[in-house]
Ligand binder design. Sequence first.
Ligand code: MTE
Length: 304
Amino acid sequence: MLGRRELLGVATGAGILAAGATPARAWSLFSGDKPPAVALKPLTAPRNAKYDGGRPLTDEREVTTYNNYYEFGMSKSVYDAAAALKTDPWSIELAGMVKTPRTVGFDDLMKQMKLEERVYRHRCVEAWAMTVPWVGFPLADLVKLAEPLGSATFVKFTTLADPKTMPGLRQSWYPWPYTEGLTMQEAMNELTFLSVGMYGKTIPPQDGAPIRLTVPWKYGFKSVKSIVKVEFTDEQPKTFWQQLQDSEYGFWANVNPAVPHPRWSQAEERLLGSGESVPTKIWNGYGEFVASMYADKTKERLFA
Ligand code: MTE
């Protein structure tokens, strides 16, 4: 992913090199040092066999040491910096077109949600992929709790922007806070998940503690980390990446091997860990769950 500065050609070029000139296993940046000890709590839930990922799980160490979390910097090795993330206390604002706007505490929310484990494939627009056992609950359950008005057609997500702990916010050309959006129909889709755990533990900071979105048929930038606000609206939200470069990162961002990004062919993806390249599937292979939502959207730029 690149910001406006890189897109305008005024940065050092490090990001551009990282995207194109990657040798076979160079994206596995873990060098043998241990990631910092952040106290993760055990968090298990019954596995929902309907969502089995269809691939071997990616090694946990790869998933937790190769990240995109720009608030903590542009490197993939943000786990050290992200250890500064403060997740207790945490609350989420339920705002906009809802019956009663309010703020719900994370611990309180946990008591109300029925957790399950699902294995999902994740596909980044940078053409790397991973397969992760997430613990969480359907976004639809939070939507029901929020009681949106019938006229709400979109959901906007806002994530934490704390200048005290997030050095990336000093990069003022980015339109902080990091925000994303889904249609209400996408939000209610059975695949759309709010993750609060992975690999049987709470989510580590670098992967989006304490709560992140998981939308496996879309490019990874839609899966926002460390959510602080869920807002219901009747206007399509303008997302972080759209504000930066709409022509490259659109609202829909559904995975499609036939629609290349200007810097990354989307035909194949590299599996984190093994480094194997495999063909990418349309909708990241989740078409049976999601394709019908787009059947009538013939004029939309659905895949970039
Ligand atoms: N959420 C926030 N708040 N900030 C980010 O920089 N990066 C996105 C997404 N969510 C990002 C974010 C991108 S580009 C990807 S690919 C995934 O998080 C990466 O998730 P992972 O680091 O857990 O693999």
